[in-house]
Ligand binder design. Sequence first.
Ligand code: NAD
Length: 480
Amino acid sequence: MLQLCNFINGELQPPAAGRYLPLLNPATGQVFGQVPNSDAADVDRAVQAATAAFPAWRALPAEERGRRLVRLAELIDQNLETLAQAESQDNGKPLSLARTLDIPRAASNFAFFGTAAQHFATETHLQEGVALNYTVRHPVGVVACISPWNLPLYLFTWKIAPALAAGCCVVAKPSEVTPYTAFLLSELSREAGLLAGVLNIVHGTGPGAGQALVEHPGIRAISFTGGTATGAHIARTAAPQFKKLSLELGGKNPNLIFADCDLDAAVQTSIRSSFANQGQICLCGSRIFVERSVYEPFKAAFLAQVQALTVGDPLEASTQQGAIVSEAHLNKILSYIDLAHQEGGRLLAGGQRVQVPGRCAEGYFLQPTVFEGLAPDCRVNQEEIFGPVVTLTPFDHEEEALTWANSTDYGLSATVWTRDLARAHRVAHQLQAGVVWVNTWLHRDLRTPFGGMKNSGLGREGGLEALRFFTEAQNVCVKL
Ligand code: NAD
């Protein structure tokens, strides 16, 4: 039985109180290990280690820190297969997806920020003949990085990499649902030459280790990705201590299909944007609005491809849809499918659990599911389901599509399909979404600002935005 450890001060350590949580493979329903259920004492040890390591780490030239992060990226690449297997086992995602998306992106995060820190410059403001102002950016200190279960190593490293590059020391907590690859990262970070205490990884639940981390007075900034309700709770907890906050939260993203688009491309990409990672990506477009004149052709082509998706054992090369992350989450998604029926939706595809034979007989599999006939303001179209469930809705004109697209409390991402250049820009600028894709989806450039409007979050990650977040600006004014 696999037993994970915390990583504190450069050493793998058991939790102080000796308590553990089971680790479950959602594809088989079987327990395969245990993860520390850490508490405030473990968090305190980690914060102390990070605080002690901070002066030496911040004093290293950015180039030297970057060298170690680039080395860590190389080690992730070298261990791609082990990490991908672990990610799939822990999360239920197809192994092919972990190999091509999750793990390569984790390596890119370190490679990108390892070099980005060397390009990070600050401003000067010259008052001719009077004074010279220049801005210094100091690392904020010890920071907390808290991540969810859907893209475990990908999102965990997306926070840790810029924090370390900026000269901060980190106490990180991965999701208790999918902690395996974060544990494997512990060893790799040591091999990459990170000084003891620079990166600490504490495992445990949100209310346990997570809450203790957010409350700890030694933490100066919190970078959090997860649900909107959790984000609100963290903001309430952190505000009285004036901690810097970066919150990447939930989404209910619209996908707008205009009649003049390349329909084949729109259908093909909408399959991915609806169901990739079993629909458990915060950027998935779960509300598909289609201009009425192409509604029927879009629907027919889309449904044909939905029916052809293979749900099965994540380890099979042919599998396109793996397991839902947990039984609790599967039940939540099923409750939304029930609700869709109650709200008058017509089921066009899926809607049922899938029994995968063999070793996955006890796993949590669900058919990709499509509804139509639901009002844009009904709960199914307003609340985040975070699973393989999408709705189709015809629209008659641009204004109507925009009103419906912007009608939720969320504002993370949106996708627009059109060949009309003017419309593409016009619509993009009116969408209340932090990220807009035109004729593509999940196309990422790590230099761009990433984050949501409205209840989808606070602040932006990515590129220089992330380096600014993990640093504190100081103006120095010199009289000339
Ligand atoms: P969650 O909010 O339940 O948990 C996220 C993390 O927060 C976990 O590590 C959890 O242990 C921790 N946590 C929970 N309560 C805490 C507390 N009181 N204090 C500190 N930490 C606490 O989210 P989840 O179910 O793991 O992930 C799914 C959610 O994440 C969805 O809403 C999804 O949209 C969102 N998400 C957003 C983005 C984005 O970039 N905006 C990316 C991925 C996922």
